[in-house]
Design a protein around this ligand. Structure first.
Ligand code: GLN
Length: 307
């Protein structure tokens, strides 16, 4: 069966589940998003795309942006970055404070909020100020997605800031352990801006192709990261990309992937493709409920998992 008919089948099979998820209403600007939306796009190495559903609809990429900022920070800091953040699964919710205190302000990994805020701080150090740090993240995403229109939604970013008590608490906790160099509010603002970046499934699946191809964009031929770094980013996606549901996701889907509370998930099929799914209803761990199911159906139907 061809990819288009597989996607069409998946789009039918997930319909009964659309009512089950819950949108991320802790971010007021995302509380009114229609949860009955679904899109899925896969991009092959020659650039061919197959899509089903609302694949032109832009949505808030949220924590998927953590893959981009982590990649950028690795490009600038190399392994020195691991002095500030670890690469172990946290087994805790993405915004949990408890473990961070036990572990003296060193976040477990770059994909929980504390880790991503820490990465923003490292980027603010490198690019000297918060607005340039954000601009570099955005420029990097535009480059790897080959799309200059990509930008953030100011309403979502300011909504996150006005209700960002937990993220500010995480940043303050790291600061109290001397693991955050810059102004707490400025760093968290960079983090919220990157989370508020809007993309659709076509852009997202295009942007992650380099991770399926040992760090080289198969379409442009451009190398973004070394082989070994691409391997490690994929490993962190597999083990930490879905927070305390990462084991569950590996068990059911079997691909390195990263989710965001906007309802997006991007998954890597090494050496073959990158897949993006969007459906805003979330499960209890804050990952797209239908998106996870759609990817599970995809790997079951195609046998394309890493296991
Ligand atoms: N901006 C969101 C937050 O900080 C990102 C969380 C997520 O996508 N898991 O809560």
């Amino acid at each position: 069966m061809g990819y288009q008919s597989i996607l069409n089948d998946i789009a039918k099979e997930i319909i009964p589940l659309l009512k089950e998820g819950k949108v991320a209403d802790y971010i007021p600007a995302l509380a009114n998003v229609d949860k009955y939306q679904f899109a899925m796009t896969l991009t092959l190495f020659d650039g061919t795309q197959f899509s089903v559903g609302l694949s032109d609809t832009l949505f808030s990429i949220q924590s998927i942006s953590k893959v981009f900022s982590f990649t950028l920070a690795l490009q600038t800091y190399g392994i020195k970055l691991y002095e500030r953040i670890g690469v172990e699964p946290s087994g805790n919710p993405f915004n949990s404070l408890v473990q961070l205190e036990y572990e003296h302000g060193k976040p477990r990994n770059p994909f929980i909020n504390a880790g991503a805020i820490n990465v923003s701080d490292a980027l603010v150090n490198h690019y000297k100020n918060p607005s340039d740090a954000y601009k570099e993240i955005e420029a990097f995403i535009r480059m790897i997605a080959d799309d200059k229109s990509i930008t953030y939604d100011e309403i979502v970013a300011s909504s996150e800031m006005t209700h960002g008590f937990r993220n500010l608490a995480l940043a303050n906790m790291m600061k109290s352990f001397n693991n955050l160099d810059n102004d707490v509010i400025e760093v968290v603002e960079v983090y919220f801006k990157q989370c508020s970046i809007e993309m659709n499934t076509k852009m997202l699946s295009r942007s992650m192709l380099f991770l399926a191809n040992h760090g080289v964009d198969p379409i442009s031929g451009q190398r973004y990261v070394t082989d070994s770094r691409a391997k490690r980013i994929n490993a962190v996606m597999l083990t930490c990309g879905h927070y305390d549901a990462s084991g569950d996701f590996a068990f059911n889907v079997g691909l390195p992937a990263k989710s965001g509370v906007g309802g997006g998930i991007v998954a890597i099929v090494p050496k073959i493709m990158s897949i993006a799914v969007f459906s805003p209803g979330l499960n209890a761990q804050g990952n797209s409920l239908v998106g996870t199911k759609a990817l599970e159906l995809f790997t079951d139907k195609t046998g394309l998992s890493i296991f």
